[in-house]
Structures are given as structure tokens and as C-alpha cells.
Design a protein around this ligand. Sequence first.
Ligand code: URA
Length: 203
Amino acid sequence: RAFAEETQAPLASLEAIKQSAGACTRCPLHAGATQAVFGEGPKDAALMLVGEQPGDQEDLAGRPFVGPAGQLLDQALKDAGIARSEAYVTNAVKHFKYEPRGKRRIHKKPNAGEVSACRWWLDAEIAEVRPQLIVALGATAGLSLFGRQVSVMKERGQIFESAQGRVLLTVHPSYLLRLPPEERAREYGRFVADLAIAARVLS
Ligand code: URA
């Protein structure tokens, strides 16, 4: 980073932004969630990963991508030669949206209004971390970062110049979890190949 940029005081620290996000009522999702799940990772990460929203386990743990999708993501990052500990990992939407079904909480996709309301927080994270590359994991992250509907299957594996900087689009790891085993193995390989593009761009 340029010296001039470094000497400018940041508007607020990531920690301060996280505190404010914890009290966010910009959309109704805060009402049903346990807590806001903010991003985590090094403040100067070159790579930022953006998912959709916290799932059941993330909502309880208060950390992004710690459940089944997170485990798959961890493995894929490793296979692509990326250390998760060096990436800043976050979501387009910070509160878990679900439908209660008996004792279970079933994931519900955030709508465009909720994604747009939560852009405030994602923008703040991007402004603080200033990553060299953002990986959008799936359509919701794509919608948030590009401000339009994306066709993940057609546009994946490409790097776009967005208002937020360079963004590589790929699938969401939960998509892989829903596939039958054979297809999953093939799609996992494609997912790792997309992430390897990010690794190459950053090396
Ligand atoms: N899916 C996401 O998009 N984000 C998480 O943090 C967990 C699951």
C-alpha cells in the first residue's frame, strides 16, 4: 500500500464496525437470529471470500463458515493452495435467515432487499481490508458485489472489475453438498480449479 494511504486514519476499525453490525436493524433478519456473524481474518488479507449468509451453526458460533459448507470450503482452499488463515472470510448477509420447522431451523435465501441492506457492512469490510481479490461464492454474493443477478454457471471462473475491485465468481460450497456423490466429486474439482485461479492471481 502507498505510504500516503497508510498515513490516513481509517474511518473506523474493523472491530468497531463489527460492534455496530452486532446492533444492526437495517432489515428484519436481526429479529430471528442469535447474533450477527461478521467477517473474520487478517485486516490486511490480499484475498476476501464472500459467502451468502451464516447457517445454523454459524449463527450459534458467531463465526462464518464453521459448519458443513465451511468444512468443504476449508478443504477446497487447501487443495487450491490457499491458507484460510490468510484470507478474510465473510458473508453478503450477516444474520441467519431461516424458517422454523419443528426443532430445526431451515435455511432461507435472503432476498434482494436484505442483500442490499447488508451491503453497507460488506462495503465497510472491503473498505477496511482492501483485498487485492474478492471471491464471490455463489449467486447471493454475486448479487451483492455486482448489484445484478449473476448466472453462476455461465460466469464462474472469471474475474470481473467491479466497483469493489476485482471479483472472481464461483459456486457456493453448499451447492456441492446437495449433489449426488459422483457429480459432487466432479464439481468439487471445478470449484478447486476456480479457487486456484485466485491463488495464481495473488502469487
Ligand atoms: N454458508 C454461507 O454462505 N456462509 C456461512 O458462513 C456458512 C454457510
